[in-house]
Ligand binder design. Structure first.
Ligand code: NDP
Ligand SMILES: N[C@@H](CC=O)C(=O)O
Length: 435
């Protein structure tokens, strides 16, 4: 470790939708984070505009309305920028980087325009500048593109990268809900930008497309170079028409390497488009995002998850924060194995699952009652039962609620001894459904 295990000082700039969740996790998960980093993460201050407002989960003494002073403090090692926009975020981040502090940001508007300048400042001082949360909320997509696929050649990155517009379009498509009402709900749920025009006019998605195209194609693409169309012109009539063609409407961001008259170019574009109902993107609803990456050797990869909202975005911020902090503690190369939690592995009998039991039965009265009794006797509750066929083909299919492996195997053993059960033909676990 380069700095032994002295605490890592963290400054959080902005305590809105995302900042509030970041502060909560830093506080609630302090012990886990310390074990993962190799040193405690200590919150030195939280910058907001209005320090008089009560903020749950933070010591009021930590609040400041002077983010520049906070960033420049000697006891701050890492700066988490969650204010958004260009001013004052750009200057704050530059000051932090130039002062030798690593920076984590969720600010796509800034990264889409100033990545070059900010990256150079980070490289000059050999500190980190991480921005996983700037694209697609909780979904890891920046790190896969910059690290996991570093040895491949990406040809296309495309998908749904704005939660607010996807939430609006999903609601309009499903319930015909009014645009204004759904947009207000997206704001209330913490999905929308401070100025939601950025979402509905496609600026936010264009910033994300610029970031994705830049890192995927090892080039510099800015938001203003991305072709952009928003969703404000989409009406219920468009959804009706789309349905007639078995399609829905999604705001897509598409970044491709293309050949134009023998010259390799990048196409980066954002627009609402008809998507066939059987296409994987058609089932991405609400604030969920999905990004498909195509690379020459890996082929097609899909990333799916929550693309907006305080807690999901905070997850990506914390991931970056832990990595940046570890780089400080271990000089960029931490231990490869993390075993601090030391949890034991549960036996299968300690993990109740649901079961599907299919059996050949004698076609006699009362068999259903007898079979159900065997399950009940061992405390297994039946979710559904079906009798199929008749005579020699009579079968009984039982689907249970969660039960232990032992209770299930004891029941099957008992069923096999019954005269009315000729054979238990299959026992499968049922996953993908809740009780
Ligand atoms: N919300 C989301 O789902 C996602 C957001 N992001 C990005 O994360 C960033 C933060 O978003 P979000 O949390 O939603 O934004 P909010 O608007 O909810 O919060 C912004 C915070 O910044 C503070 N702030 C604003 N200006 C200043 C200033 N000059 N000095 C000090 N503090 C200031 C505000 O203070 P005050 O509370 O006093 O008003 C507020 O706490 C943005 O870059 C956004 O694009 C990225 C992915 C998803
Ligand atoms: N406003 C953005 C927030 C996350 O990036 C969105 O709706 O996707």
């Amino acid at each position: 470790m380069s700095e032994s295990s002295r605490p890592i000082g963290v400054a959080v700039l902005g305590m809105g939708n995302v900042g509030t969740e970041v502060v909560r996790i830093l506080t609630d998960k302090a012990a886990d984070l310390q074990a993962r980093v190799g040193a405690p993460l200590e919150l030195r201050g939280v910058a907001v505009r209005d320090t008089t407002r009560t903020r749950d989960g933070v010591d009021p003494a930590l609040l400041t309305d002077d983010p520049m002073a906070l960033v420049q403090r000697d006891d701050v090692d890492l700066v988490v920028e969650l204010i958004g926009g260009i001013k004052p975020a750009r200057k704050l981040i530059l000051t932090a980087l130039e002062g030798g502090k690593s920076v984590v940001t969720a600010n796509k508007a800034l990264m889409a325009e100033h990545a070059g300048e900010l990256s150079k400042a980070a490289e000059d001082r050999r500190v980190d500048l991480y921005f996983e949360a700037s694209v697609a909320g909780a979904i890891p997509v920046i790190r896969p593109l910059t690290q996991s696929l570093a040895g491949d050649s990406v040809t296309r990155v495309a998908g749904i990268v704005n939660g607010t517009t996807n939430f609006i379009l999903s609601e309009m498509g499903e319930s015909g809900a009014g645009y204004g009402k759904v947009l207000a709900e997206a704001g209330r749920l913490g999905y929308a930008e401070a100025d939601p025009t950025a979402d509905v006019e496609g600026y936010d998605a264009a910033s994300k497309a610029a970031i994705l195209a830049s890192i995927a194609f090892h080039s510099r693409v800015t938001a203003s170079e991305v072709h952009r169309e928003g969703i404000t012109g989409i009406s219920a009539k468009d959804f009706d028409a789309a349905k007639k063609f078995d399609c829905t409407i999604k705001l897509l961001a598409i970044c491709e390497r293309i050949d134009v008259d023998g010259e390799q170019k990048i196409s980066a574009r954002v627009y609402p488009a008809l998507v066939p109902l059987d296409h994987p993107l058609a089932t991405v609803n609400g604030a969920f995002n999905a990004v498909a990456v195509e690379a020459e050797n890996a082929g097609r990869l899909m990333f799916y998850g929550q693309g907006a909202g305080g807690a999901p975005t905070a997850s990506a911020v914390l991931g970056d924060l832990v990595m940046a902090a570890r780089n400080r503690v271990f000089d960029g190369r931490g231990p490869l194995e993390s075993t601090y939690a030391g949890l034991p592995v549960a036996s299968i009998d300690e993990v109740p699952t649901r079961y599907y039991v299919s059996m050949k039965v004698a076609d006699v009265a009362g068999v259903l009652h007898q079979v159900s009794g065997e399950f009940a006797q061992r405390g297994i509750s039946i979710a559904a039962v079906r009798q199929e066929g008749a005579g020699d083909d009579a079968r009984l299919i039982v689907v249970t609620h969660r039960a232990s492996d032992r209770a299930q195997s004891d029941t099957v053993a008992a069923l096999e001894k019954m005269d009315s059960v000729l054979k238990v033909s299959s026992v499968l676990r049922l996953e993908g459904t809740d009780d």
